[in-house]
Design a protein around this ligand. Sequence first.
Ligand code: TYC
Length: 102
Amino acid sequence: MAAKTVEKPQTKTVQKTERPPLYKVILLNDDYTPREFVVLVLRAVFRMNESHAYQVMMTAHQRGACVIAVYARDVAETKAKEATELGKSKGYPLFFTTEPEQ
Ligand code: TYC
């Protein structure tokens, strides 16, 4: 009777599901944009309620910048652009930027 050889696979495939890297949207302070307008933009683009928007605006006003939220890269970039454009349309230098988290 012929001996049977059973071959074992030499490698194992481990499946990993990678999450897309997250990006922070950051609000920068400036000397010209009215506070109420910053609050309005935060509410419209980032769906914040009045008191949260006010707190975020005041943090940027006092510290120079404030992290607003984290999103997937394309969402973060689209929202930052949209919010910056709203300021620009009124002639304000309001600026939102993005940065990878970590
Ligand atoms: N510093 C502005 C003012 O005194 C208000 C302001 C707050 C502007 C936050 C931008 O990200 C900002 N009118």
